[in-house]
Design a protein around this ligand. Structure first.
Ligand SMILES: Cc1cc2nc3c(=O)[nH]c(=O)nc-3n(C[C@H](O)[C@H](O)[C@H](O)COP(=O)(O)O)c2cc1C
Length: 183
């Protein structure tokens, strides 16, 4: 099983990205969680650059869509900026509205901080593009601030267990969705 992890932060030492890296390290056996690290390379969304029928779009966009197509599920962890979703993340989602890679795709919203407005806005956008949103209490992993490093997170007294459980539950949700579709 392949899960694509997307952080809404471009910061080199981002706490959201670090949490996703920890999730990758704690992925259940047989599950690969790969971090998408090209969010900042996507051009500004412009429908004029996108010819979906002919498969023509900027190369970074085509690569992003291919990764989403290959993924069984998507894991998003994002900060909030000025009560909104970071522009880079919203831009990435705008590129897949018409092409439909997230349609019916399980998308889990991992929460490292409150980010109430961004979270609600993300859910709204994902529901419009008909993603299968996974937003459960077990996806809330309270971090001890935004200056965490990977080794520190993995050595934390509670976070590895919470995160390991969250990843196992997300994988279970993906499997359950598949058996619903096939029955
Ligand atoms: C310009 C700016 C605006 C921010 N606005 C908000 C906000 O509206 N709500 C919030 O909860 N945090 C806000 N924050 C705090 C960030 O969400 C927080 O620092 C977060 O941990 C950054 O994520 P990162 O560590 O993954 O980069 C803001 C930070 C910056 C730099």
């Amino acid at each position: 099983m392949h899960i694509l992890a997307i952080s809404g932060s471009l910061r080199a030492t981002s706490s959201n990205t670090t949490l996703l890296k920890a999730a990758a390290a704690l992925a259940p056996a047989g599950v690969a969680i790969a971090l998408y690290d090209r969010l900042g390379d996507l051009p500004h969304f412009n429908p004029d650059l996108d010819d979906i029928e002919r498969g023509i779009a900027p190369p970074a966009v085509l690569a992003f869509r291919a990764l989403l197509n290959q993924a069984d599920g998507v894991l998003i962890c994002s900060p909030e900026y000025a009560h909104g979703v970071p522009g880079t993340l919203k831009n990435a989602l705008d590129w897949v509205v018409s092409s439909g890679e997230l349609l019916g795709k399980p998308v889990a919203l991992l929460k490292a901080s409150r980010a109430t407005y961004a979270h609600a806005a993300l859910k709204e956008t994902l529901s419009v593009i008909l993603a299968q949103i996974v937003d459960e209490e077990w996806l809330s992993i309270p971090l001890p601030g935004n200056r965490v490093d990977l080794a520190g997170l993995l050595a934390h007294a509670e976070i590895p267990a919470l995160l390991g459980h969250a990843m196992a539950a997300f994988v279970h949700t993906i499997h359950a969705g598949r058996s619903e579709t096939s029955s």
